[in-house]
Design a protein around this ligand. Sequence first.
Ligand code: FES
Ligand SMILES: [Fe+2]
Length: 340
Amino acid sequence: MTAPTAFIRDAWYAVAASAEVGDALLAREVLGRRVVIYRTAAGHPVVLRDRCAHRFAPLSMGERVGDTVECPYHGVRYAPDGACVRVPGQSRIPPVARVTSYTTLERYGLVFAWMDESVPADPSRLVSIPQYDAPGWTASRGYLRFAARWTNILDNLVDPAHTGFVHRRTIGGKGSDDVPITATEEHGDVVCRRWVNGEPPVPMMQRFLGHDRPMDRWQVYRLALPCVSSVDFGAVEAGQPHDEAAMDAAPYRTISYAFLTPETAHSTHYFSFQLRNIAVDDADVTREFEALYQATFDEDRVLLEAIEREEIADPDAASILLASDAGVARLRRLLALRGG
Ligand code: FES
Ligand SMILES: [Fe+2]
């Protein structure tokens, strides 16, 4: 049960922040494959398998020559589409001299790669985030590497019950532990929802709203398998309808996105950004949010890394499910359907 779950390859995975990708060759491991990432002169991000076809030298140790990459060992060059374009000392280029080039998409300040070589890349399967770049919204951003398997991080992201314990020093609010959470499946996503009605706003909200009148506040945890999580958090005046239109017009709303990309069976890249509709022009608030969320995710990281060490030490042990694991149970079922 606790052996690492196979990767799901036919999806868009965040492989780098846009700001990291430039002329230099960036080496990274993604879904157990070493890749090299760079940007062409025209600005298009390239993700190649980081392994020369000749003797498997890492291309990331080589050099850029125009838009091509030159292998550090014997100088074979590869184009952005993975085709070999030069072999020193011979004019004929063997057709087998090529490396895998993964299809890329750049959006939301991230470079995504489609990691399945056998299924055509489908841009419509990248998550749609209408608030990103919309007027009245701004983003803070972060990255952490977790020495923990991706599936345990997914569990954590459909598990609102942990917030009051793991995050009591950061974002964990009081007074909501006993409000029930409903877990549903919507369009293949796992969605955990909770409304806490007629309660004073949490301290962070009070600060930006400037009052402590009772309000209705929501938490909606959504996981789009296999790798995109969002936590939507906000408040409307007490008694307002609890629908998308009211949430859209709410005076306080944050939507925290996490893009999980397995690195190895036992480690995961955790790219994140947090959208907010308050203090959108205030760079100090952006820095404050970045620090707050980094500290919050670090609390998850410390715990999940300790769990990973135990999973590795005793791989045959099976964990148990409790009543609060409705979201986790749905997630496991959907993962099994995806072949994960
Ligand atoms: S290993 Fe790359 S050119 Fe020989
Ligand atoms: Fe958490």
